[in-house]
Design a protein around this ligand. Structure first.
Ligand code: COA
Length: 382
């Protein structure tokens, strides 16, 4: 029988699966996808190649990548009824909710009801990877009262996403930044949404439900939703000089106040992805005045290092991503959907891994409720 001593809140340090998809050393800020450092992939690779790497296990050959890329381009367009569905969504709804609904509907238009055929699973994986940016961009436009822009097969995934959002092609530098952000968000061992994907996959649910469940999990402010909150926090602070008084006031009101964009269950040093994103931000702002939010973020990092550094709490991936997205003109509530587009590659890789020798997840609980309670009929209750 499971005892209180076995219980680890948040499953801290409890292995939930064996996985070869990625490796994380939170003390040394090492993150590798299939053995390759994420910093190298963000610089040298592209999201399509990284998706193949994560799902298939090795870097693709030129032909494999060309065929995969071609397939993704063919699968970007969504059914006209799916566009109608997006047009009917409330414009003030959150883009993560739209994405959640959109991916479920995608599974009805392009079904993959059983998961026993690897070829069909791969086909559905490509469909999901290809169509998610289309769903995100479509809702982002519709709620602004703009027409949905169909995907362009002559652009790569990052450039096409930008094009579908804004109706113009990105500059090569902007394309590279967006692509690198997708790579940096693509995978991160056994985080909450990946665990969700594996649990859902373990029931042999179809891949659209696997990704939908993971999207729901990612949406929370303690997980993917933190990037939105981190940017709102910078705006609330307003300027670098306000950082210290702002934080003092928050901590005076609540000693356990959580600063958004810092802290991590595994990292005890600065997240490798935060370092790369900061480099990207430095590069972007090298020739222009640094935005106020970036200056504020730098000061917030400095002040937080003094207070929380001794506890091993440092910036995570969400600390600088919002500043970068804002500089690209991306609306704040579209930050987490972009995270989802990237992380879909990791979720799919874990789903595939889960299906090999699958066993349904069924953990234990520590029962704390009453037992053997006598049912009292409604009319006899005081
Ligand atoms: N700001 C201030 N203190 C923080 C903190 C933060 N962002 N994150 C953790 N801490 C402190 C807690 O107050 C706690 O202190 P205590 O030991 O004195 O009680 C300690 O660090 C452990 O925190 P806990 O919430 O138990 O850690 P966790 O592993 O359960 O949570 C996160 C990890 C990511 C959920 C947490 O760090 C957090 O909420 N961060 C902000 C949200 C965020 O940026 N999420 C994106 C993650 S990529």
């Amino acid at each position: 029988m499971t005892t209180e001593a076995d219980y680890k809140p948040g499953l801290e340090d409890v292995p939930a699966a064996k996985s070869a998809v990625s490796f994380l050393d939170g003390k040394k800020a090492v993150l590798e996808y299939r053995g390759i450092p994420v910093e190298v992939l963000a610089k040298e690779s592209c999201f399509e190649e990284v998706s193949w790497l994560l799902i298939k296990g090795d870097l693709p050959t030129q032909k494999q990548l060309a065929d995969f890329d071609h397939d993704l381009r063919q699968k970007r367009a969504i059914h006209f009824r799916l566009k109608d569905l997006i047009r009917c969504m409330p414009p003030d709804g959150h883009p993560m909710d739209a994405l959640h609904a959109g991916v479920s509907a995608l599974g009805m238009f392009y079904p993959c009801p059983t998961v026993s055929d690897p070829a069909k699973n791969w086909d559905a994986s490509c469909r999901i990877l290809a169509a998610l940016p289309t769903l995100v961009a479509a809702f982002a436009r519709v709620r602004r009262g703009e027409e949905i822009i169909d995907p362009r097969p002559d652009l790569d995934l990052a450039a096409n996403f930008y094009y579908m959002l804004f109706g113009k092609e990105p500059s090569p530098a902007t394309r590279k930044v967006l692509d690198a952000c997708l790579v940096l968000h693509a995978e991160h061992t056994m985080n909450a949404s990946t665990f969700t994907a594996r649990v859902t996959g373990s029931t042999l649910a179809n891949p659209y439900h696997v990704i939908g469940a993971a999207i729901g999990s990612l949406s929370g402010p303690l997980h993917g939703g933190a990037n939105e909150e981190a940017l709102r926090q910078l705006e609330e602070i307003g300027a670098p000089d306000n950082v210290k008084p702002w934080l003092d006031a928050k901590r005076a009101a609540d000693a356990k106040y959580k600063v958004m964009g810092i802290g991590h269950r595994v990292y005890k040093v600065k997240d490798a992805r935060a370092t790369v994103l900061q480099e990207i931000a430095e590069h972007m702002f090298a020739e222009t005045a640094r935005p106020k939010n970036y200056e504020t973020a730098l000061e917030l990092e400095r002040v937080c290092a003094g207070i929380y550094g001794p506890k091993g709490i440092y910036p995570n991936v969400d600390f600088y991503s919002g500043v970068v997205y804002q500089a690209l003109g991306i609306p704040t509530d579209v930050f987490t959907p972009i995270f989802a587009i990237g992380r879909t590659a990791g979720w799919l890789a874990h789903w595939n891994e889960q299906l090999v020798g699958n066993r349904i997840f069924r953990p234990e609980q520590i029962s704390t409720g009453k037992t053997g309670v006598k049912y009292v009929p409604l009319e006899q209750r005081a």
